[in-house]
Design a binder for this molecule. Structure first.
Ligand SMILES: [Zn+2]
Length: 283
């Protein structure tokens, strides 16, 4: 088995890096407390929400990226012809990586021999580079969910490009491959968002609102009721209840005859999508 290269520490000014990281942490905590209070009442219209540590810091975060050696590209996509006639479902996880829950999920996915799609945040991945690298090395699709989880329909054109490009560059640095799909935070998109993308814009056909209920039983139940051939299922690897639900959902859907595919595999099997094209499912 290939040994993943170690992440190199920042070569220059380590103290300055630590100080910036500390400031970022403090600003994140302060911002997120305020943001939580402000957004509680408006979440119903937003299918996803950012976890608590994702507010943008005041300082220029992308300048503090650690130096990471690129890894080999992920394993090749499975034989698409073999998916013909099968009931397919694409399980997707947003807002990670989470320091403990995502590795737990990866362990379970490995046991189950299931590949999924992660829509990750740059601001989380930059601090946990080994997790997306592991996910990619294990055959999962690692995709773009922007850097700071902003509503892309409410930012400047410059910020819009930066949110997408900084995250795409980070994913390429971590996994060796540029992301092949993008999901906007909250599912919020318009023609300006579509226009800057070099990948399809992936939404979902089943949303159990796991971030809202924080209830494994409800998440399990809603996914099982909503699952269908060609579905894209939305979950968040940021809540313990969701991981608990996923551990029941995967064997249950397998028992119903579903084959788990990544979003790339679903599109390859059922029809490719162009840059900026909105995809919710592939029947
Ligand atoms: Zn999200």
């Amino acid at each position: 088995m290939r040994v993943l290269p170690k992440v190199e520490p920042l070569a220059k000014k380590p103290l300055r890096g630590k100080a910036i990281a500390l400031c970022v942490l403090v600003v994140c905590v302060v911002f997120s407390a305020g943001a939580l209070a402000v957004t509680m009442s408006s979440r119903a219209e937003h299918p996803t929400q950012p976890p608590s540590s994702q507010s943008e810091p005041e300082s220029g975060e992308p300048e503090t990226l650690p130096v990471i050696a690129p890894t080999a590209p992920p394993p090749t996509t499975r034989d698409i012809a073999a998916l013909e006639g099968k009931k397919l479902v694409a399980l997707t996880f947003d807002d990670g990586p989470h320091p403990t829950l995502t590795p737990q999920l990866l362990d379970f996915l490995q046991e189950q021999d299931v590949r999924v799609t992660f829509f990750i945040l740059g601001c989380n991945a930059v601090n946990l580079p080994d997790i997306p690298r592991r996910a990619a090395a294990e055959g999962h699709q690692v995709c773009n969910h922007t850097y700071y989880h902003k509503d892309l329909t409410k930012v400047t054109a410059e910020r819009l490009t930066k949110e997408i490009e900084d995250t795409a560059a980070l994913i390429e640095e971590l996994t060796g491959s540029r992301p092949t799909a993008m999901r906007p935070p909250f599912g919020a998109q318009n023609s300006a968002v579509q226009a800057v993308l070099d990948t399809p814009l992936i939404l979902w056909s089943v949303d159990p609102y796991d971030w809202s209920t924080r209830n494994a039983d409800k998440t399990y139940q809603r996914i099982m009721e909503g699952a269908h051939d060609g579905a894209i299922l939305l979950l968040h690897d940021y809540y313990p209840e969701t991981i608990e639900a996923a551990k029941r959902i995967i064997p249950a859907l397998k028992a119903q005859g579903y084959t788990f595919v990544t979003v790339d595999e679903l599109l390859a099997a059922r029809g490719e999508a162009g840059p900026g094209e909105v995809v919710r499912q592939r029947l």
